[in-house]
Write a protein that binds this ligand. Sequence first.
Ligand code: 8DG
Ligand code: MG
Length: 144
Amino acid sequence: MEKQVKVGVGIFVFKDGKFLLLKRKGSHGGDTWSLPGGHLEFGESFAEVGARELLEETGLVAGNIQFGAVLNNHFIDVDKHYVSVWLTSDWMEGEEHITEPDKCHAVGWFDFESLPEPLFLPWQQFLDSDFLEAVEGRLRQTAV
Ligand code: 8DG
Ligand code: MG
């Protein structure tokens, strides 16, 4: 079968100067910390995927969803290739919990000075990208 590039969506949810990361389990990038997120399904908007995955994976509801970054990620070891679209959003309601224990070991709130390790592969590109500054700026606006 022909190899295909897929689209993954990750979403920052900002609350009091921090954002939520999940420790992945099962699929590739297992045991790394990543944004909540998932696959773009046929016909969906980026914001729909972001809001849906955030709710499914953490129980949180977000608003003010905006574009954050686009990253081109070839996961060579597992022979997968994703274009990752990252979004930013503001926490609106809900308390975070692990809703899918088969996919996630842990959740936590972090900022750019306290990033956990190891991070999911797209993070390496993001931290070296021009998108970081704008995302950091938006996060600072939510700090108390
Ligand atoms: P789904 O199949 O139910 O839509 O999603 P999932 O079960 O939550 O899968 P996932 O592994 O969390 O996400 C799907 C793919 O999206 C993942 O294999 C790689 C890609 N992806 C990126 N960037 C990001 C990201 O920042 N966070 C998440 N969770 N996935 C991402 O390319
Ligand atoms: Mg996911």
